[in-house]
Design a protein around this ligand. Structure first.
Ligand code: NAP
Length: 317
């Protein structure tokens, strides 16, 4: 059993920024990074599945998501954070210190005076027939990971937000054509991303269209679409589809712990990063459904580390 003053769960920008600050404050944090096999909470978080980041201050020429996370990780390690590739499968917040079970543990292997939840969020799925069966067989949630396989294909991206535009633009490097399927007739994405997509010669739009089925036996052969205005059905012939319709927070480990969540499952935090349980703090996308940017996530990780440090000082552990 290892005891730590600060246990950080998650290693996206929130978790790693919290790690940098806690480590510099001599609190020797342990960071449970996630597991590489997982699509929802892999080490480095969602930025590992992102292409160029053009809006993180300090990188005027843009930086790739994986490169940014590699740098944050190195910075956390430089100050002595203990980073461990594993998952917290259970958290007991009913007594002090808090207790955590990692993957494969029958007994808790870490006790902690404070916990910073930075478990992030994962992709929403369409929940239509064919989706589960064809996941990784032409259906993907990560253009950076899988785009290369669609060289010369006609493919689709579902969604109308920044993620969908970003995925579609990236996929034009490989695909012959990319059809963005959106359930309305106007996009949610920021103006700059909209303009890039709308003006790209390889990108087409299927407006007012909802995917009702992913077609194909062993790999994607098309999508059944329903017109959200007329109700008519049609088939779009594509051999690949990327789902980019938003995210849900990764909160299963705090279910039943007393940490409060909103109706959509996001951890409620505040003032600052304090949750409903004294000594448990939250940072990043697990508590933010509004901004969800790398920079806001990193900022909230800083807040959580400072809140945890002050909380520890006030308790004189
Ligand atoms: P988002 O902004 O919530 O957009 C989700 C999109 O998917 C919306 O257009 C939504 O349609 C659609 N959608 C949701 N559920 C659907 C369903 N069941 N079937 C069909 N369509 C569905 O999510 P996001 O694009 O992942 O972006 C999340 C946040 O990250 C945003 O704040 C965004 O600005 C940020 N982000 C920024 C960048 C960047 O700056 N480069 C890149 C990626 C993400 P409606 O519009 O009809 O609701």
């Amino acid at each position: 059993m290892t005891h730590t003053r600060v246990l950080i769960i998650g290693s996206g920008p929130a978790g790693l920024t919290a790690a940098i600050y806690s480590a510099r404050a001599q609190l020797s944090p342990i960071v449970i990074e996630g597991e590489p096999s997982s699509t929802s909470d892999q080490p480095g978080g969602q930025l590992m599945l992102t292409t160029d980041i053009e809006n993180f201050p300090g990188f005027p020429e843009a930086i790739s998501g994986p490169e940014l996370m590699t740098r944050m990780r190195a910075q956390a390690e430089r100050f002595g954070a203990d980073l461990r590739v594993s998952k917290v499968q259970r958290l007991d917040a009913s007594s002090r210190p808090f207790r955590a079970w990692l993957s494969g543990d029958d007994e808790p292997s870490i006790t902690a005076d404070t916990v910073i939840l930075a478990t992030g969020a994962r992709s929403l799925m369409l929940n239509v027939p064919g989706e589960d069966r064809l996941l990784s067989h032409g259906l993907s949630t990560c253009a950076t990971c899988d785009g290369f396989f669609f060289r010369g294909h006609d493919i689709a991206v579902v969604g109308g937000g920044d993620s969908a535009m970003e995925e579609a633009l990236f996929l034009t490097r490989f695909a012959t054509s990319v059809t963005i399927i959106h359930r309305r007739d106007s996009l949610r994405a920021s103006r700059i991303m909209q303009d890039r997509a709308l003006n790209h010669e390889k990108i087409k739009f299927a407006w007012n269209s909802q995917v009702t089925e992913v077609l194909g036996d062993s790999s994607v052969s098309g999508l059944r679409l329903r017109d959200t205005v007329t109700g008519e059905d049609r088939v779009l012939d594509v051999t690949g589809v990327f789902v980019a319709i938003g995210h849900v927070p990764n909160t299963s480990i705090v279910d039943g712990t007393g940490v409060e969540m909103d109706p959509n499952g996001y951890v409620i935090s505040g003032p600052g990063s304090h949750t409903a349980i004294d000594g448990i703090f939250a940072a990043g996308d697990v508590q933010d459904h509004e901004y969800r940017q790398a920079i806001t996530s990193a900022g909230s990780g800083c807040m959580a580390a400072m809140d945890a440090e002050r909380w520890l000082e006030s308790r004189e552990f």
